[in-house]
Structures are given as C-alpha cells and as structure tokens.
Design a protein around this ligand. Structure first.
Ligand code: GLY
Ligand code: MN
Ligand code: MN
Length: 435
C-alpha cells in the first residue's frame, strides 16, 4: 500500500477527531508459539491501517493541528546485534523517512514523552480492551496528568477510537479494492489448484498444501487456517484438523482465503472428491447454489444488510421443502425458522483487513443500508448431520457451503471471487480437465 494512502487515512481520522483530541494506537505484540519460537508476526489491523508500519513494539500518536507535527511514532531503535538475528528494523529515522511520521522516538522513551503529548488535548481516542497491558499504561499516564493538573492541562475524556476508525475501514478505497481484488484472484487460483489435484485417496492436508503453495508463491499468507473437510467433516463448521483421507463418493468442503498486503479473501467451495456429484449431493448443491445467487443479487446500494441473508433463507427453505426435507407451508416454515438446524449461520460478514472485518451491522438498532465501497461475503450453506434421523439417509452427512466475496457498487454486485467455478456443471468441467 502506498505511503500516501496511509497519510490520507490519518488526515481523514484527524478531521473526525478534531483539534482538541488526540489518538493513541499501539502495535500488536509478538506472540509465543512454543517455548522460544514465535508466531509469524501479524500487525494489528487498526494500527497498520493508520500507519502502514509493520513492526511490533510501536505506538502511534495523532495530534490534529499540532504545529510541531501531527503524527508521532514510537518504535524500536536500530540495533545491529538484534538485526543480525531477527532482521531489519526501521528505527525512528526510518519512521520519519519512509512512513510519514513528523517525529519519531525510541519506544523506550515513551514514558517520558507520551504524557506530555496527551497533555494538550481534551479527549484521548483509544481502543480499550485490545491489550490489557497497554490499557493500564495509558490509564496510568492519564491519572498522572490529572494528579498534577494544577501545573498543566489534562485530558478528561477517554473516547473509544473503534467507532470512528471502523466506520472508515468499512468503506474501501480504490487502493484497498485493488489489494482485495488481488487477494481474491490468488485465492481463486488456489481453489482451482485444489480442485484439479483432488482425487480419492488423497488427504485433506494435501489439498491444504495447494493453498499454502499458491498463496506463498504470490506473496500472500493464509488469512485464517484453511478448512479442508471431507465427507461428514463438512458439518463441523470450523473444522481445521485436515488430516483425514478423502473418500470416493464424498464431497470435500474447502473454506480458504489469503491475505495479500494484509487484505483478506474468504472463499468456500464444495466439490466431489472424484469429480462427479452423486444425485443427492447435486440436489442439495443446487439449493445452496441458488441461495448464493439469490443473496448476491441483493448486494445493492440501498438494500439492508440483512436482505442477502433473507434471500438465502428463503431459497434454502423453499429448496429443502421441495426435496421433502422440510414439510409444511413455506410461510410457516420461514416463520418458524425451520431451516435453522441445517443452516445455522449468517449469510455473510464484512471483509477487509480482517476476515471478519470491522464495521457496525446495525445503526440505531436497524440493519444498516449497503453502500458503495463495502465488501461482504455471501456464504449460504446446508449441513445435514450424519446422525440426523429426521432426514432421509441419502442426504445425511452432507455439508455444503458456497462462499464468495462481493463489493457493493452502483452498477450492482461485483463478485470479486466470480472467476471461480460455482455451478455444479462448471465444477465438474474444471475437475475433468485436470484428469
Ligand atoms: N472462513 C470463515 C468464514 O467463512 O467466515
Ligand atoms: Mn470462509
Ligand atoms: Mn466467511
């Protein structure tokens, strides 16, 4: 992402905060995986959104209208020995030269400098509850300022930064959309790889490996642990074990997306392990396919957030009724939410820097309206548990989800993941080409 994009975001946020406010954002800490090995570092999305700075042990301060500089960054100092072991650090010099900081200081000096930066403001904007440790430190600095306010000014309000920042993050800029489109394209290619490779006798982890390969060769990472669920494993919504053999005659459900430039894609496809749907698999597949289509069509500016879900629920209820899995009048079935044992999650969520991205779904207790620049997933599913006695045997143990990423535009839904086969015939065609 270009340095100007981050500068634009800071300007926008500072306009919202106003001249008597100050914003404080802390970087995510490094986290231990086991003993002395760490998880690969993932910046905090809010911190990264505002700074573009991807190192731990950093704190950003935004002070709208401050004549000596509005953006101050605290970060790790250059350290030849640590850099020999762990790699390059920007240091305060790099923060000023390459990240647009007006001033930058070693993180070790924060106790001495930060309280003085807060002093000038009325309100401190900060996201409480992300880091208990930093919460305590910030509150401590504010208390200290209060204790000696006879000698100077002290902010008397702590305001949640989430609301302003997350509303900004909900609307994707041109540059963000270009990253998200790339993220979607990479994930589409990875799903195609997995469909081509799949055959009975392979293991779920072999398909997972196709994703890791395709993501990494494109400079992307997994946005979340891929779900590769053969047969009845598909009925476990967040199955991640991925170590079972894929069986002839079963379906495999894959929910996998990547993070490119930290922007997520999130795709699910469900396809036959041997390349051909059985009749009951296809019957259920068609219902989920229609639900996906019906929901995507509702991703329009001016529609309510929940309209796509309502469309998916209606299509799934109707489809299950036509198959004889649900019995009764359509209106009663909808009213009783009879679909819920088989479709127990929502049809989507915001997508962006986080796979379940930030942004309110309701405004003043009402579903919010969809607007241009928002990106949502559309992911209806049907899951018939293996021991679901109320449903004929032919459908038991089948789990299907079809998930796409959709941008709201004035010209209608833009399916960022639309390049990937979705219709049953197209899936079979793709898999047969590989054979
Ligand atoms: N991959 C998680 C989800 O689909 O929401
Ligand atoms: Mn998903
Ligand atoms: Mn999703």
């Amino acid at each position: 992402m270009h340095v100007q994009e981050f500068a634009r975001r800071r300007r926008h946020l500072m306009e919202l905060i106003g001249r008597d406010g100050v914003a404080v954002l802390a970087a995510a800490p490094e986290r231990t995986r086991s003993r002395d090995t760490l998880y690969s570092y993932r910046p905090d999305s809010d911190f990264y959104y505002v700074t573009g700075f991807a190192e731990p042990d950093a704190v950003a301060v935004l002070m709208p209208g401050r004549s000596q500089g509005e953006f101050v960054l605290f970060c790790r100092e250059r350290d030849p020995l640590r850099e020999l072991w762990d790699g390059y650090r920007e240091g305060p010099e790099g923060a000023v030269e390459r990240y647009g900081a007006d001033d930058a200081f070693p993180i070790g000096d924060i106790e001495d400098i930060l309280p003085g930066l807060l002093e000038r403001s009325e309100r401190v904007y900060y996201s409480m509850g992300v880091s208990a440790e930093f919460d305590q430190r910030l509150l401590g600095w504010m208390q200290t300022l209060h204790a000696r306010r006879q000698r100077g000014h002290a902010p008397n309000e702590l305001v949640d930064l989430d609301h302003l920042l997350h509303e900004m993050r909900l609307f994707k800029s041109r540059r963000e959309l270009s990253a998200m489109k790339r993220s979607a394209r990479i994930a589409v290619a990875a799903h195609e790889r997995a469909m081509r490779l799949c055959e009975p006798g392979r293991h779920e982890y072999e398909l997972e490996a196709e994703f890791v390969h395709e993501f990494r060769r494109n400079g992307a990472h997994c946005a979340y642990d891929p779900i590769v669920a053969g047969g009845t494993n598909a009925c476990v919504l967040h199955y991640r074990t991925n170590n079972n053999e894929l069986k002839d005659g079963d379906l495999v459900l894959i929910d996998a997306g990547c993070e490119y430039d930290l922007y997520a894609s999130d795709i699910t496809r469900t396809f036959p392990v041997n390349g051909r749907f059985t009749a009951p698999q296809r019957e259920l597949y068609e219902v989920v396919f229609e639900a996906n289509r019906a929901a995507v069509e509702k991703v329009l500016p001016g529609n309510h957030w929940n309209d796509p879900h309502d469309a998916a629920v209606k299509t799934i209820t109707r489809g299950l009724r036509e198959l004889g899995i649900l019995n009764g009048r359509l209106t009663s079935l909808l009213k009783e939410e009879a679909y819920k044992p088989y479709f127990m999650h929502k049809t989507g969520h915001w997508l962006g820097l986080d796979v379940h991205d930030v942004g309110d779904y309701k405004v003043a207790d009402q579903w919010r309206l969809l607007e241009r620049g928002m990106v949502t997933t559309i992911e209806p599913g049907i899951y018939i548990a293996a021991d679901e006695k109320g449903v004929k045997k032919r459908w038991r143990g089948i789990g299907i989800r079809l998930e796409d990423d959709v941008l709201v535009t004035k010209d209608g839904p833009d399916v960022l993941t639309g390049g990937l086969a979705l219709a049953a015939d197209d899936v079979e065609q793709l898999m047969s080409e590989a054979a």
